[in-house]
Design a protein around this ligand. Structure first.
Ligand code: ARG
Ligand code: ZN
Length: 879
């Protein structure tokens, strides 16, 4: 445990290290409880550092067995060891070799950082600061070395031995042991180090790069599950091709391996040449994975592969620059999925995630800039803000500069910063140079936290046929940042007239709006458009061109106009969501003053009409999925009563379902499966819409919907249809639900990843009995709090996907989560801190719940010996 947890690390304090490590030669003798690591480091004084300084290496839970300098034992007086590292007091001021042997216990490593075992497989996770749990090192990304790794293990226990880079040698040893040597010629920071040893099955493939390099591809999984890795391999090959075409990025080793493990704190990790994945994002078969799982596998395989350039070839100078690799790589994987699937549908899905995760984070106590300026625990900054908002910033840069200039800037970045540990300034300088523009105001997006609001007022002058748009922006205060400056907001817009799209858009001063782009840079600005027909509706922030909240007064008839006629699919979807939101917010108000909600028939009819003429099924499915309870809560912003939100949403869904029941039923029939399952986007869209229609039908008329859901559940030949039906049944108490849950649990008893869906569904049931159900499921034989996937599926889903029950008025949901966080903190602080994040909206609740949440947060804060991870989150949550 770190003792310096209270002292934050600050960006402004950055300075280079006093020493550099150029070469690392590791010899790792794997043993379940006593692995011995011999590290030989080629070190030299850093010309940019302080001459003669002591050499302070990071270390965590290491046992030092020996230490030599240039082959001679180091006297005990020449170095010091503490709980956080080892200091060589007066190292030579010339290149030297430091050789250390450390002993570590992979089996006892429940933090899943450093070297640990997952179902008997030895594996590593070093980002952000896990390498120091393997050997003493300058554990920071601006220290880059060339690595050679020799791995030795019992041949029966670990027949497969993998490292970074290319394999150079392997062989057998006495006593049933064997070894393999891997060498990675590309200098890298230690967070990209990895090794794997274990009994693993493999599927292989081959890829020839654009310059003709033959690359051997391997995906390693639990033996027997090889067939489930086929889609991941296919996605990898498509990613490699796409990165060459879209960004000119070519792979740079002869081997690329992916290993799937079942205990993993995050989604996956981009270690050089040896990506390690949470098996949830590798394994898929029609019977066990949903369409959403297939899409997530494709996206994450691509994401980690794309890091090879944006992350590995060009890495981060320090952890404040995390968004340099993450925001950019998320942007790249989103572009890849958009090209492989439907661009508008992908955009809608991404914006849904952005609002649900990042907007929620940005409006609460954990808000921070895309590039934070201080942290107490870096693991707590792998956030939606760094990743998703970080990607939005790149997307805005592209919108502002145009595709061609953006490409020129990217090319410059990839060429100029190759091999470097770079900063956001280095990145932006490439785009400033390529465009000849000053990007200093734009760079505020990296420094300023909070979600800007853009308020728009419109005024139509019928005589002059002009439409005036007045924009005003403001960003609310966030922790540590009270005063905000105006940011650069690209607003893509159009005008939908009764005759259709007004094109091109011209201002009264005679300029044409290229691409329909208006850039709001000042606190307030306006735009007056010429030649606008009467009864036109402005369509603003098309494609969600900036991560802002748009406040635009639109009447129901305007929303219906946009919904049916907007040329921008994103804003068609947005119009329906806005309409639904308006109805739900009014329903919440009605319910809280004990009156019955009233809804518009016109809204339900509009949805019905969409279904009658539907061609893009995936798009229609996104429309049918009305705003979530959390969406409504965010819209309300304060004094939230989750029960009222739940019932308002239920009531609207029931209303729509009963109003257009026949259309829903007909659509459901029409979209029936024909032929065997295929995970392609078009088929997935059809299944998504079919499940969405059944869901609304059952909400409006259970007597009609439930039997259909039961039939679908029983007949399903794929997981999407099966879990889709089960999710519908789960919303309706009774035997149908309990029978189906039992059948599903029995059928997939041996398949933990599928049981996770089953845990998650039950944890999300919005009924008072759910907390007891969750408690009961915690003693299910397949459940284990120690496994991050299980913990997130059950406890995480309860806390994050069941608003009314986590925020129970009696506080029992809060107490439950607090107990789990405290119980987990000693074993796996990262996971504990993630789960604790569920409290991030606590201040926006009505006062009774707010008080109950605060009590639990204070109970956690009062516990001595909290991990830095949990301590940091709880402190910030209460600040
Ligand atoms: N770099 C990984 C990715 O986004 C995430 C690793 C985060 N790990 C951690 N322990 N915080 O692809
Ligand atoms: Zn990443």
């Amino acid at each position: 445990m770190r003792t310096d947890a209270a002292t934050p690390v600050r960006l402004e304090d950055y300075r280079p290290t006093d020493y550099l490590i150029d070469t690392v030669s590791l010899d790792v003798r794997l043993h379940a409880t006593a692995t011995v690591v011999r590290a030989e480091l080629g070190i030299r004084p850093n010309p940019a550092g302080v001459a003669g300084a002591a050499l302070r290496l990071d270390g965590d839970e290491l046992e030092l067995l020996s230490i030599t300098l240039d082959g001679l034992p180091l006297a005990p007086t020449a170095y010091e060891i503490s709980a956080t590292g080892l200091t060589v007091l007066s190292p030579p001021q010339r290149p030297f070799r430091l050789t250390m042997e450390t002993r570590i216990n992979p089996t006892a490593n429940t933090k899943l950082m450093g070297l640990y075992r997952s179902s008997g497989v030895y594996c590593t996770q070093c980002e952000a600061e896990g390498f120091r749990r393997i050997t003493y090192f300058l554990d920071r990304p601006d220290v880059m070395a060339v690595y050679t790794t020799r791995i030795e293990a019992d041949a029966a226990e670990a027949p497969v031995l993998l490292g970074n880079g290319d394999p150079v040698e392997s062989g057998t040893l006495p006593n049933g042991r064997h070894f393999a040597v891997w060498r990675d010629p590309h200098p890298k920071p230690c967070y990209l180090f990895a090794l794997v040893g274990g009994k693993l099955g493999r599927i292989g493939g081959e890829f020839t790069t654009m310059s003709g390099r033959k690359v051997e591809l391997g995906i390693y999984v639990e033996p027997g599950k090889e067939a489930r890795a086929g889609y991941a391999l296919d996605a990898l090959i498509r990613s490699m091709r796409w990165d060459e075409t879209a960004f000119g990025c070519e792979y740079d080793l002869d081997v690329f391996n992916i290993v799937a493990v079942s205990d993993f704190n995050m989604g996956a990790m981009e270690n050089k040449g040896l990506n390690i994945f949470n098996d949830k994002y590798v394994l898929a078969s029609p019977e066990t994975a949903t369409d959403a799982d297939y899409a997530a596998i494709e996206a994450i395989i691509a994401h980690e592969y794309f890091h090879n350039w944006t992350g590995n070839r060009i890495t981060c100078r320090d952890w404040f620059q995390l968004c340099l690799k993450e925001g950019l790589t998320v942007f790249r994987d989103q572009e890849f999925s958009s090209d492989e699937r439907s661009r508008p549908v992908k955009r809608i899905a991404d914006v849904r995630t952005l609002r649900a995760q990042q907007f929620a984070e940005d409006s609460g106590p954990l808000a921070h800039p895309v590039r934070p300026s201080a942290y107490r625990e870096i693991n707590n900054f792998y956030t939606a803000t760094v990743y998703e908002k970080g990607a939005e910033v790149i997307r805005m840069l592209k919108a502002l500069l145009g595709a061609t200039t953006f490409k020129a800037g990217m090319d410059l970045y990839l060429q100029r910063c190759d091999g470097a540990a770079a900063t956001i300034e280095d990145f932006l300088a490439c785009f400033a140079q390529a465009s000849g523009r000053d990007l200093s105001q734009f760079s505020l997006w990296y420094r300023q936290a909070g979600t800007p609001s853009v308020a728009v007022r419109t005024a139509y002058d019928a005589a002059a046929r002009t439409l005036r748009l007045d924009f005003a922006q403001s960003t609310p205060p966030t922790p540590g940042q009270n005063d905000k400056e105006p940011v650069v907001i690209p607003i893509r817009l159009g005008v939908v007239s009764p005759q259709g799209e007004v094109s091109p858009l011209r201002t009264v001063t005679g300029e044409t709006l290229d691409d329909g782009l208006f850039v709001l840079e000042r606190t307030a600005d306006s735009l007056t458009l010429a030649d606008i027909p009467p009864h036109s509706v402005p369509s603003l922030l098309r494609g969600f061109s900036a991560p802002v909240r748009l406040e635009q007064e639109l009447q129901p008839e305007d929303l219906l106009t946009l919904f049916s006629r907007d040329a921008d699919p994103f804003n068609r979807w947005q119009a329906a969501q806005r309409y639904a939101m308006r109805l739900m917010v009014r329903a919440v108000e009605a319910l809280r003053s004990q009156s019955a909600p009233v809804f518009d028939v016109a809204f339900a009819q509009a949805l019905g009409e969409l279904l009658l003429g539907v061609d893009d099924h995936a798009f229609a499915a996104q429309v049918m999925a009305l705003p979530s309870e959390a969406d409504v809560a965010r819209e309300l912003g304060r004094d939230i009563d989750p029960d009222a939100v739940l019932h308002a949403r239920k009531a609207l869904r029931a209303f729509v379902g009963s109003q257009i029941g026949d259309t829903l039923a007909a659509t459901y029939e029409r979209l029936a499966n024909k032929g065997p399952y295929s995970p392609d986007a078009a088929s997935a869209g059809r299944r998504a819409l079919r499940n969405a229609t059944l869901d609304l039908l059952a909400a409006g008329d259970p007597a009609r919907g439930i039997p259909l859901a039961q039939a679908q559940f029983a007949a399903a030949d794929n997981m999407t249809d099966q879990i889709g039906a089960l999710a519908i049944l789960a919303q309706h108490p009774g035997d149908a639900r309990e029978d189906a849950l039992e059948a599903f649990g029995a059928r997939f008893a041996g398949d933990p990843l599928v049981l996770d869906k089953w845990f998650g569904l039950q944890a999300a049931i919005p009924e008072a009995a759910t907390l007891d159900r969750v408690r009961r499921l915690m003693s299910h034989p397949a459940f284990s709090l120690a496994n991050p996937n299980r913990a997130r599926a059950l406890v995480g889903a309860f806390a994050m996907a069941n608003m009314s029950q986590f925020h129970r008025a009696d506080g029992a949901g809060y107490a439950f989560l607090a107990d789990i966080v405290l119980q987990l903190d000693g074993a796996n602080p990262q996971l504990a801190a993630r789960l604790l994040g569920a409290f991030r909206t606590w201040r926006s609740l009505e006062h009774t719940r707010r008080a109950k949440a605060e009590t639990e947060l204070r109970r956690i804060a009062a516990r001595p010996d909290l991990s830095p991870d949990v301590s940091d989150i709880v402190t910030r949550s209460l600040a």
